[in-house]
Design a protein around this ligand. Sequence first.
Ligand SMILES: [Zn+2]
Length: 88
Amino acid sequence: MAKGSAGRKVTLKSGSNSYPEQVERLQGMCHHGFITEERAQEVIERIQNGHQTVDEAVEELKESCPCGLFLPSRARRILNGPASPSGR
Ligand SMILES: [Zn+2]
């Protein structure tokens, strides 16, 4: 019996998400889902475009999460990640 040799397609997430890792990590911080994928993506893009500082974005996300699971210090590290590739 011939096994299907088509192989599994590696399905990438839709291309609309430019920073999947950062978005996912920010989202994961609030277990109640107050930080949406859209919101996380939005602040990351604003930082990348220079429209907002990391601190401002962190404040904004913090306000979106009333349950207090959101950690500003951790978010800052995540948001600083893509902006400073040589920072490691
Ligand atoms: Zn929360």
